[in-house]
Design a protein around this ligand. Structure first.
Ligand SMILES: *Cc1c(COP(=O)(O)O)cnc(C)c1O
Length: 403
């Protein structure tokens, strides 16, 4: 359900102020606090900044997270500037030597190393910088039994993958890491894995247990006493078809507390993105036109998938709420206001491509030109994954509500 603060702004903005992204920061704060409270105290919560790196979002999360997972040199700079004291974990494939050097200069706290070459580049950069204890987690494609993941939307564990290291490659990395018999500048602090996204709490717990067990076996086999951290990744599921069905953080927290008991002396860490910020953002716009074609109703909206690419990439209907606007006093045109009633309607944007669809054949009681539409679940992987310049329409407004 739309929050009253968002609804008020969404109806007060003029048509020319739309489309607009409206973020409800108190709602984000309450959600982040509830997530944190559901987790065992010793579990570290990092936010994956790529889900939504807007500075007000990063700052609102700061009191509730341990740190931030960043995945490029750009994110390292950006998140360091927005929340200067927060620990950063630098992951992502294809880190350049320049990015690694800059991250060392900025004192990035953890490096998630994705390949042997990257480990060698980082070791060289650390040596040049005169550093002797750079903390590394190796990102590993921990093998999972095929039935362990069930219906994962994006299964990555144990399959050919451009991300991370296969278990055999981990063996070859160990001689390059201190705490594993050598005395280089890099210290193996832990194992990182991000195997799937869109998982519910029971599936996430199964994956977390598999990663923690794998890390323990590695550490026991090689006597890796410094290997005290296990980052089990993000990917906590959200349900775009049912915005009110949220990831079961209470069950997850309980399961992670049990897992921590089975792994004494190890710090467990998670790094969700989407499930933290998706609910706090709304993409608000207005209906420009309503028409019928081939017997189906279409509502043409101001804006489109160049602002919110999520429904196009995920092939789903973006959930929305209609905010009816009374235009009896202001509809000055000498023709009737275009409208549909009690009919399925397809919501499209202003782009000249059939892919510019935000929701398909959704039943609405009524939708008229001039009504507002507020798309929910637009707080993650929405604006920042979209192709803003396509067709040169104006950019949306951005409103960070915080009262
Ligand atoms: C994208 C990503 C995340 C966050 O995933 P969500 O599905 O947004 O929770 C966490 N870790 C890594 C390595 C990622 O690439």
């Amino acid at each position: 359900m739309i929050t009253s603060a968002v609804r008020t702004l969404a109806t007060e903005l003029t048509g020319d102020d739309l489309p607009a992204y409206v973020y409800d920061l108190p709602a984000l704060r309450a959600h982040a606090r509830a997530v944190r409270d559901a987790l065992p105290p010793g579990l570290e919560l990092y936010y994956a900044a790529k889900a939504n790196p807007a500075p007000p979002v990063l700052r609102t999360l700061a009191p509730h997270v341990t740190g931030y997972e960043v995945a490029s040199g750009g994110e390292v700079e950006h998140v360091r500037a927005a929340v200067p004291r927060a620990p950063l974990a630098f992951g992502g494939p294809g880190k350049t030597e320049g990015e690694l050097r800059r991250a060392l200069t900025l004192g990035v706290e953890r490096f998630h190393v994705e390949s042997e070459q990257e480990l060698r580049l980082l070791a060289g950069a650390a040596k040049d910088a005169g550093l002797d204890a750079v903390d590394v987690l190796l990102r590993v494609n921990v093998p999972l039994a095929s039935d362990e993941l069930g219906g994962a939307a994006l299964a990555m564990g144990g399959r050919p993958s451009p991300f991370g290291l296969d278990p055999e490659a981990v063996q070859r990395c160990l001689p390059l890491l201190s705490g594993a018999g050598s005395h280089g500048p890099l210290r193996l602090r832990g194992i990182h894995a991000h195997l799937a996204s869109g998982l519910d709490a029971p599936a996430q717990l199964t994956v977390a247990a598999a990663i923690a067990d794998w890390a323990r076996k590695l550490s026991e086999r090689h006597g890796l006493d410094d290997l005290t951290e296990v980052n089990v990744g993000g990917g906590m599921g959200v349900d775009y078809a049912h915005p009110d069905r949220r990831f079961d953080w209470a069950a997850y927290g309980k399961g992670m507390a049990d897992l921590a008991l089975r792994h004494p002396g190890r710090t467990l860490r998670i790094e969700p993105g989407r499930a933290l910020t998706v609910y706090c953002g709304w993409y608000v716009t207005e209906v420009l036109d309503i028409k019928h074609s081939g017997g189906e109703a279409f509502a043409v909206l101001r804006g489109g998938t160049h602002h919110i690419r999520t429904p196009a990439t995920k092939q789903h209907d973006q959930p929305f709420q209609v905010l009816p606007m009374d235009t009896t006093a202001t509809w000055t045109r000498p023709w009737a206001r275009p409208a549909v009633r009690e009919e399925p309607v397809t919501l499209v944007g202003q782009l000249c491509t059939p892919k510019d669809v935000l929701a398909r054949r959704v039943q609405v009681p009524e939708l008229r030109a001039g009504d507002r539409v507020a798309f929910a679940m637009a707080g993650a992987y929405a604006w920042n994954i979209s192709h803003h310049d396509f067709l040169m329409h104006p950019r949306p407004g951005f409103h960070y509500l915080d009262t």
